[in-house]
Design a binder for this molecule. Structure first.
Ligand SMILES: CC(C)(COP(=O)(O)OP(=O)(O)OC[C@H]1O[C@@H](n2cnc3c(N)ncnc32)[C@H](O)[C@@H]1OP(=O)(O)O)[C@@H](O)C(=O)NCCC(=O)NCCS
Length: 167
């Protein structure tokens, strides 16, 4: 049984460590700590899951309304669970608590953005009742970006390790 708690500064190391395992990137640890310590928390939802005495997962979200001229929504910016504790309902519990928090903050929608080829993440959000939203992500390639042909061949854009290890 896991317990969902508010994230405190004492959790930042554990959260950054899980993210490093999930993303395969130690480089991101510093960036995570900077984000968690520097961003305003008034509209933020930051949760951790404890399981068997360990920090097993986290969720970072926030409400905002400025993007695409859209209505206010609660964005799930990141949710991650230590690979040792997957498929135990931990992310589901984090997500359900985030939804409660977003509702308490007064929004009517919860959103997330995931790679379209990230089956595990898509399946997770689908399980949580997420469907297609009314917006489409647009992207323009800048100098140095790989060609569409390279991307189509799957050889260029960095693919998170979780896509390779089955999530
Ligand atoms: C996606 C992730 C958060 C799921 O965490 P989790 O705690 O294992 O998920 P849960 O146990 O709560 O799963 C709830 C449901 O989501 C779906 N699901 C979760 N992981 C899945 C996977 N790898 N493949 C298919 N469906 C999956 C299932 O329907 C599952 O219910 P079930 O176990 O009863 O079948 C976790 O795999 C993870 O940290 N991945 C890397 C980070 C990431 O992709 N985050 C999401 C985008 S920010």
């Amino acid at each position: 049984m896991s317990t969902i708690l508010d994230m405190t500064p004492a959790d930042y190391d554990a959260v950054a460590a899980i993210d490093a395992r999930v993303s395969g990137g130690e480089k991101r640890v510093a960036r995570w700590k900077e984000y968690l310590t520097s961003h305003a928390v008034g509209n933020a939802v930051r949760l951790v899951a404890r399981h068997e005495g360990k920090t097993a997962g986290y969720l970072v979200g926030e409400t905002h309304a400025w993007e695409f001229g859209s209505e206010p929504a609660g964005w799930i910016l990141a949710v991650g669970v230590d690979p040792a504790f997957r498929r135990l309902g931990i992310a589901r519990a984090l997500c359900e608590e985030a939804v409660r928090r977003f509702q308490a903050l007064g929004v009517k929608y919860t959103r997330a953005m995931v790679r379209r080829d990230d089956f595990a993440a898509l399946s997770f959000f689908h399980d949580g009742g997420f469907g297609h939203g009314p917006y489409v992500e647009l992207e323009r390639r800048l100098a140095g970006a790989p060609s569409e042909a390279d991307e189509a061949a799957g050889t260029s854009r960095a693919v998170p390790p979780r896509l390779q290890d089955g999530g």
